[in-house]
Design a protein around this ligand. Structure first.
Ligand code: FAD
Length: 424
């Protein structure tokens, strides 16, 4: 066990060796790693729950994953082992009820579907042939020669994967994202992440408003008072840091602020509707895609795993508009789309809505980090230690594992390992 770092900070006894801010996947991973290294860590979490953007929502009585759902690139994802250790089942089964594409509420004509399919492969094809070593481009520029008709269709799938518009996505960053097998956690990925936090010193409902690092260690202010430690691991989402909700004294260095300027937040958004009784002749697990407008793509997972839910998801500016409009407007929009596809009785059958709008949520301010064109190095830049005592971690600093729970976990572990190397 390494010696404790709990030396006096600004003349006061330190409450912990390390303060970890945020109890999502990264913060939990950092706290476990620190404990294994013999360091005392306190985790401060703003919300009244653990898990962050891994969240199994039970507001409608039927649980579904409102944030992360897939254990991506399972071959190297630490969550496969964590689930195994906790005795939580994972599955590679998709719901398998089929997939139907609509345009304006009507089944899309076969010729249009073929055009869509042809357009979809264009991003990967170009990434294989275009030389990005000399300069980065946006995905929109990458597809520029496809023309104004096909390019939006080719990039529309990114709204549902990256959650962002193609002009705000770095092709280099997109290219380096890890790929592999996807698994799901039938009992809820969010529940699994929260369970992994059990036994750690996590203090809920403690939004951090200030981090002082002008003395020898750090002082962290929450509504319950000030805590001191030798170092701080900051795992709040990039959107929260960009919004300035946490004051740094002194201000973050120019290099860190520049890194934050290079990273945006996507707006992948899920909205769940409770649909009781009626199934409209639809096989549970079927997906419908309303693709009449490429900019306003909306996917519906209907009765996934036989649940009495329809989970809609969308991304980019359309999701931002819906988040700003709020749950009632979203419900109206979704039931209008569904009415055209399966009949107006759906309006009566919908008995509830749950809409955890990540874009407007003050503790996430978006779904996950997206590097702007030309700024793919910003992730590594953001992870550079500050003053030997502030360490920014989380999905945004996870390189090829960015945007995922697995990546956040690896980044949290890496930050904790760096802190543990500080001499006591
Ligand atoms: C709709 C959606 C779908 C997704 N799908 C997948 C998927 O299928 N697979 C996948 O791997 N990933 C997916 N992700 C991404 C994944 O959820 C995130 O990458 C991951 O959970 C991020 O973990 P983190 O620890 O970096 O950040 P977070 O989970 O956001 O944790 C940060 C914590 O900091 C807290 N916090 C914020 N501000 C403060 C403050 N001032 N003081 C104290 N605490 C604060 C937050 O409440 C939060 O708990 C999805 C995300 C969304 C939104």
């Amino acid at each position: 066990m390494a010696a404790s770092l709990a030396l006096p900070v600004n003349g006061h006894a330190a409450e912990a060796d390390v303060i970890v801010i945020g109890a999502g996947a990264a913060g939990i991973a950092a706290a476990h790693e620190l404990r294994a290294a013999g360091r005392r860590a306190i985790v401060l979490e703003a919300r009244d729950r653990v898990g962050g953007r891994a969240f199994t929502d039970t507001a409608l009585g039927t649980p579904y994953d409102a944030g992360a759902m897939f254990i991506h690139w399972a071959e190297r994802n630490p969550w496969v082992q964590i689930a195994r250790d906790l005795g939580v089942a994972t599955s590679d089964e998709s719901w398998g009820g089929g997939f139907r594409v609509f345009a304006g509420g009507q089944p899309m004509a076969e010729a249009d579907r073929q055009r869509r399919r042809g357009a979809f492969g264009q991003i990967d094809r170009r990434l294989e042939t275009v030389d990005l070593t000399k300069r980065d481009v946006s995905i929109r520029d990458l597809l520029g020669d496809l023309g104004p008709d096909l390019a939006p269709i080719a990039s529309s799938g990114l709204l549902l994967s990256i959650g962002e518009e193609s002009e705000r996505i770095s092709a280099r960053d997109y290219q380096r994202l890890w790929a592999g097998e996807d698994l799901v956690v039938p009992s809820g990925y969010g529940h699994l992440v929260a369970r992994h936090g059990a036994g750690l010193d996590i203090r809920l409902s403690q939004p951090v408003s200030e981090i002082r690092w002008d003395g020898p260690g750090v002082s962290v202010t929450t509504p319950s008072g000030t805590l001191r430690a030798q170092a701080c691991i900051i795992t709040v989402p990039v959107g929260v840091l960009k919004a300035g909700s946490i004051r740094f004294t002194p201000a973050l260095p120019a290099r860190t602020r520049d890194a934050l300027d290079g990273i945006g937040m996507g707006a992948l958004t899920k909205i769940a509707l409770k649909v009781e009784g009626e199934r409209f002749g639809i096989t549970p697990g079927t997906s419908f895609l309303e693709a009449g407008s490429p900019k306003r793509l909306m996917n519906f997972d209907l009765f996934p795993e036989g649940k009495d839910l329809i989970v809609a998801f969308c991304g980019g500016d359309h999701a931002r508009e819906l988040s700003a409009a709020g749950p009632e407007a979203a419900r109206d929009h979704l039931t209008t789309l569904l009415s055209s596809m399966i009949g107006s009785d759906i309006r009566k059958a919908v008995t509830g809505i749950s809409f955890p709008a990540w874009w407007t949520d003050p503790f996430s301010r978006g779904s996950y980090s997206v590097c702007l064109p030309g700024r793919e190095a910003a992730r590594e830049q953001l992870a550079e230690p500050i003053g030997g005592r502030l360490f920014i971690a989380g999905e945004a600093t996870a390189g090829g594992g960015a945007m995922t729970v697995g990546g956040a976990t690896l980044a949290g572990r890496a930050a904790a390992a760096a802190v543990a190397r500080i001499k006591a």
